[in-house]
Ligand binder design. Sequence first.
Ligand SMILES: [Zn+2]
Length: 292
Amino acid sequence: MNILSFDIEEWYLENMYFGNHAKKYHEFDCYLDQILDVLDERGFKGTFFCVGGMATEFPAVVKKIEGRGHEIGCHSYKHVWLNKMSRDEVYEDTRTAVDAIEQCIGKKVKSYRAPAFSIGKDNKWAFEILSKCGIERDSSVFPAERDFGGFSQFGQKAPTMTSYNKVKIKEFPISVTALFGKEVGYSGGGYFRFFPLGFVKKEMEKSDYTMTYFHIADLIPESNGLMNKEDFEAYFKIPGTLKNRCMRYVKSNLGKKGALGKLLKLIETENFVNLEQADAIINWDQQPSVVL
Ligand SMILES: [Zn+2]
C-alpha cells in the first residue's frame, strides 16, 4: 500500500517571511494545479496536510484541494515544531489549526502531521492533545534517527495502533529503509529529491507500506537563497553559524531540478491511496500496536 501525502505551507510561510508576493503565490498555484491534474487523470486521492494559517489566509487554496476530492489534514497552525513548544502551546496551536481548517472546508479534520515530524520520545504527550482535538490518524513519526529529532524508539515501521495515557491514535509512520547500516527515508522531502527514481520505486515495490510526503517547495527548481542568521535562528532554534546555514542550504536545494518530473512519473506508474482510504482498508486487528 502506497500512501500519497503533501504538506501544504508555502503560501503561508512566504507571506510570513517575505511579505505578500503575488508572483510567488501564482508559482505555487501552478505546481499545485499540475499535481491535482495528474491525480485526477489517475483517479487517485491524496492527503494534503495544510497549516491552519493556509485556511485563514489562503482559504481558496485549501478549498480547491478539498473540492477536487482530496483529504485535508492538519499540519499545525504556524508550522512551529512541536518539540519547540510547551504542552499548552501545542494544545493552543492544534486546536486553533483544526478549528480554522474545519471552518474553511466545513468538514471534520481527522489526520495530522507535525511540522518536521517533531513528535518524539520527549513530547509523546502530543498524542493526547491530538486526540483531544479530534485527530484519529497521525503521520508525524519518523521512526529513525534524524538531523532534527526522529523517533527511533517508536519501534514500528507499519501503520500502528498507538496508545498513550488511555488515548489511541492510528499512527502512519514515515517509511525508512536500511542503507549503509543506517535507517534513512526515501519517499519524500530531501530523500526523494536525492535518490534516483528507480531506487525509490524499488523500495516501494518491495515494501507492504510506503508513506510518501511531498512539498511544493521540493519541486521548484530555483534554489532557495542562504538564510540570514536571524531568520535561521528564529526558525530552527539553533545557532545560525555559517556552517549550519550552509548545510541547510545544501539539503534544501539538493536534487530540486528533476523533482517535479520524478514525482509526476511516480504518480503515473505506481498506485496510491490517501490516509482516509488506507485507514478503511487496513485490518487494524492485524497491525502492530504500541503503548508509549
Ligand atoms: Zn511542513
